[in-house]
Design a protein around this ligand. Sequence first.
Ligand SMILES: [Fe+2]
Ligand SMILES: [Fe+2]
Length: 334
Amino acid sequence: MYGNDGLLGEVEAAEEALRDAAGRQVSGSEGLEEYFTAVIEADQKIEPRDWMPDSYRKTLIRQIAQHAHSEIIGMQPEGNWISRAPSLKRKAILLAKVQDEAGHGLYLYAAAETLGVSRDELVQMLLEGRQKYSSIFNYPTLTWADVGAIGWLVDGAAIVNQVPLCRCSYGPYARAMIRICKEESFHQRQGYEILHTLAHGTDGQKALAQDSVNRWWYPSLAMFGPPDADSTHSAQSMAWKIKRFSNDELRQRFVDMCVQQAEVLGLTLPDPDLRWNEERQAYDYTQPDYDELKRVISGDGPCNRQRMAHRRGAHAEGAWVREAAAAYAKKRSR
Ligand SMILES: [Fe+2]
Ligand SMILES: [Fe+2]
C-alpha cells in the first residue's frame, strides 16, 4: 500500500479539467484586465498570448524558475549514489530517476520561457545566487538508505505540493505539472520500495532505514515553506489560482499520508508528539525548525556551497556543448 493513488487520481482529474477548459470560451468581458480576471474566475487557463498583470508574470517566472532549478540541483544528492548502488537493477532505476529530474527541469525552463525570459537568463540568475532552489537539496546523502528516504519523503512532499499546481491558472505550468506529477509518483514508489526492502532485511539494514527517515523527516516537512502566518507570497498567489492550498494545509496532508505509510514500512517517524486528533480528524505533529529552514535558504545549509560549486563547474564544462549546438542550429537554419 503506497497511499498516493488518490493523488494520481487528482492529477488525472486536473488533466480532464484542462481539456474541458480548452473548449470553453470566456465571454462578456471587455478590456484586457477584465478578461484576465474573468478567465481566472471561470477556472480557465491564461496562455502566453494573453495579457497578464506584470506581477502575475513575475510571480510565475520566480516560482517556475525556482522549481526548475530545484529539479536540476536535486539531481546531485542522489547522483552521488549512482556509482555505489547495491545492485545493477537499483543502479538502472536510480539512473532513470535522476534523468527524469533533468527532464523535469527542462519542461519547467521551457514553461518559464513562455513568459518572456530565456533559459540562459534563468540559469545565470541561479549561478549568481539571485534565484533559489529548494532548501531540501542542501542536505547530504550519507547512506544508500537516503536514496529511499528521498524518494519516499522528498518526492512524496513534492507530489503533495505539486498536485494542486496541475490546476494552476497558467496553462503551460499546469500542463508541465501534470506530466511531472505522474513521474514523481513513480519516484515516490521506488523510494518507498527501497525503504521497505531495507526495513524487512537484517537488523543493520533496518537501522540504516530508520536513521535515514530520522534525518529526512523534518527537512521534508520544511519543504512546504514557512507557516501560513509568515508566508509572504501566499494570499496573492491564492487569488490568482497559482496556489490552491496554504503551506500548512499541504504540510498536514503530507503528515497524514506518511503516518499510514510508515506503519506499513515498520519504521517510526521521529516525532514523539505525533498523534491522531479526533476533533480535527488529522494528526497533531511537531513543526520543523523554521529557523534552520531560514538559515539553509539563506545559504548556510550543510551542502549549499558544494551544490553550487558543482553546478557552476558542470555549467562551465558544458559550455562547448552549448556552443556546438548553437552553431549547428545556425548552420541548419541557413
Ligand atoms: Fe522532479
Ligand atoms: Fe522526483
